[in-house]
Design a protein around this ligand. Structure first.
Ligand SMILES: NC(=O)C1=CN([C@@H]2O[C@H](COP(=O)(O)OP(=O)(O)OC[C@H]3O[C@@H](n4cnc5c(N)ncnc54)[C@H](O)[C@@H]3O)[C@@H](O)[C@H]2O)C=CC1
Ligand SMILES: NCC(=O)COP(=O)(O)O
Length: 331
């Protein structure tokens, strides 16, 4: 397998994305890491953190070797305004999206074999007048992908979402048979192809308390979720559910289930973050490119302090690299 080139978008410049990217550069990698961001801002941040990282402007050089620890290639994108750690500035929203566009373009053109994303502050991009729900939705749109699935994974616990960044009041209407079916097909394929699980068991959670309590606490389980489970079981999918969400993650299920499908963001992710915050990664399934991300947000309170952990980013880079090897094996 050729050594992969992995782009790392450094995310919200007032957050910890630049910090953890620089910290990751202090390690040896069997990959060419290319940080995307403002090289002067990264130099300043490295100085603030006391990290001796030599930053080198990225030139596309397919045969180059990975750099030793303490050196990092940077695809330079200038900030609109200087970044102050901990202080959001809507003027830099366009900068944040340009980094993503560069990484997506590089992946589509195969200059990069994977993109790893440091966190962005979704609200400040919207405050700048640019509608933005999250990387997941942005990547789907920019790669013309109709349907993608967010999965957070840590060790053997994998939690996927049927809906992503939606106000809670909009969730029930978004759970349609069509959308749920697409989600389950993408999830099943990813577990087989990318996680090498021959016959994965997927636990599908209900939407309502007690999975609807036989229709007395909501009908989505009876009208939508259960019939789809039956239909896909007939095709050979190993599905269990709809499970009441409060007990779905009990030890017995965690043993036998390869992935849980939660109906909405805060039904599934608190469980995963409670069990393994800092060790998990966020993978976008169904894209034509490989995208892996950290399991945390911008942590404005920690930017520039040296107290942020780079553990999830390290894991994301490893998973991104491994995905490149798996894709290579499939060819
Ligand atoms: N992939 C992404 O771009 C993500 C972006 N976000 C965005 O981040 C912003 C802030 O979200 P919050 O809910 O406050 O979550 P957060 O993850 O930024 O912070 C929650 C708590 O965890 C701590 N924390 C986070 N990352 C850490 C790290 N690497 N090391 C040590 N401690 C860490 C923070 O200091 C804070 O106390 C929001 O705008 C949200 O949209 C949130 C999750 C993912
Ligand atoms: N809580 C996970 C999250 O919000 C990440 O979203 P995305 O920016 O990766 O789409």
């Amino acid at each position: 397998m050729a050594i992969p080139t992995i782009a790392i978008t450094t995310g919200e410049p007032a957050g910890i994305g630049p910090d953890i990217t620089l910290m990751a550069a202090m390690r040896e990698w069997n990959a060419r890491l290319v940080a995307i961001g403002d090289i002067d801002m990264l130099r300043e941040r490295a100085k603030l953190l006391g990290l001796e990282v030599q930053l080198i402007e990225f030139q596309p050089e397919p045969k180059s070797e990975p750099l030793p620890s303490g050196m990092l290639r940077v695809l330079n994108i200038p900030l609109a305004q200087p970044a102050i750690p901990g202080q959001l500035n809507p003027s830099n929203a366009g900068y944040v999206l340009r980094m993503l566009d560069e990484a997506i373009d590089g992946c589509l053109k195969k200059r990069f074999q994977a993109m790893v994303t440091a966190p962005v502050q979704k609200s400040i991009i919207n405050d700048a007048g640019i509608p933005f729900s999250g990387h997941t939705e942005y990547l789907a749109e920019k790669t013309d992908t109709e349907h993608v699935v967010m999965m957070l994974a840590s060790g053997s616990l994998r939690v996927s979402l049927a809906t992503t960044h939606l106000p809670l009041k909009d969730v029930p209407a978004a759970i349609t048979p069509e959308s749920l079916e697409r989600t389950l097909r993408i999830l099943q394929k990813a577990l087989v192809d990318s996680f090498s699980i021959a016959d994965p068991t997927i636990a599908v959670l209900g939407l309502n308390p007690h999975a609807g309590e036989g229709g007395h606490l909501g009908r989505e389980e009876i009208d939508i979720i259960a019939p789809l489970i039956q239909q896909l079981r007939r095709e050979g999918f190993s599905l269990i559910g709809p499970l009441p969400a409060d007990t779905a993650f009990n030890p017995e299920n965690r043993q036998r289930v390869d992935a849980f499908l939660a109906m909405y963001h805060d039904q599934g992710l608190p469980v995963l973050k409670f069990s393994s915050f800092g060790e998990a990664v966020n993978i976008t399934l169904g894209l034509p490119i490989t995208r892996v991300s950290v399991d945390h947000g911008v942590a404005l309170d920690l930017a520039g302090t040296g107290n942020a952990s780079d553990s999830s980013l390290i894991e994301a880079i490893k998973v991104g690299g491994a995905a490149c090897s798996a894709a290579h094996l499939e060819r």
